[in-house]
Design a protein. Sequence first.
Length: 376
Amino acid sequence: MKPIFFDNASTTPLRSEVYKTFLKSLKEFGNPSSNHRLGLYNKYQIEYSRNKVAKILNISADEIIFTSSGTEANNFILRNCVKNLNVKCIITSFLEHKSVLETIYDLYMQYDLMVSFVDFNLRGEIDINNLKEKLKQTKTQPTLVTLMYVNNEIGNILNIKKVSEICREFNSYFHSDTIQAIGHLKLNLNNLHFASASAHKFYGPYGVGFAYVKKEIDIKSFLTGGYQEKSRRAGTENLYGIIGMTEALHLAYKNLDIETNHIKKLKTYCIKKLHKNIPKLRFNGLSQSINNSLYTILSIAFTKTNLLNLKLDLKGIIVSQTSACISSEYSHVMKSLYKKTNVQIQNLTFLRISFGFFNNKIEVKKLLKELIKYII
């Protein structure tokens, strides 16, 4: 049975064109750091990819550092800010990805660092005024604001323009985890100082991503033992992954309008049918809104239904309850959101339905049929 896949926020399958490009690149041989024709040719391949990614995102090639993942990119940026840019205060939220929150905690334990958490409402919307107040309190200290562009569990889209304006007003660094946004939204990374990306979130290969670092900012590698990436990230580059990621990003933006419209129709249909057929259904965050959440993510909660994921899996339908990086049934995001309500989280089951361009209406109908059967 071919599975029906609705866990695209966790990972996306390779596009067929990316698979072919990736497979072809495997024939290339030669360490990109070697000073001979094979090495130099592969170094050219990496720099060609860097320039292509930069052109797609309308940034400078010098602002891209290839990494092994979005998690590494987040670590690279946060650790650089504290160790090399002398950041003394970090402002973030309890809704961030674990690769941000756990890295901040690690830095807090190691350094004389002040960490502050910005408020948000019941729908997970960041309180812009509260952010401004916190920046006023830390204006004498070098400060980093780190808030994700798109929340990976509830799909909320941050008012990135407003946040960047406030950070400029207070002369603070601004990092945004853009892992769920790149390849799905038209972005202006020039509003940021730092951003992070992961190829397998936009139909590219695993094990490769990149960090965006604004060119006037001097950063250093937190890995030692090599001079790759202009001494900013030691270790032999993942040539094949970089080539595959570049092709995936190119295709994501080439097809963006068509695929966005297709997925929005699926999400709209799904929301309509869920409303009609499942009583006491809760939509988490802003995921019910087509305009204020990412069109690929729909987060719902309903009366406790045991082993729902397994039941759906046995029917060939793949969904998740939470982020792939969370081991428990209830994520820190849901705990933070429901802490603001009088609803007992242990009485609910959570599902994150995340759509991809290859999904179709027939698959959505099958998902809904099974959900309604098990929930009602």
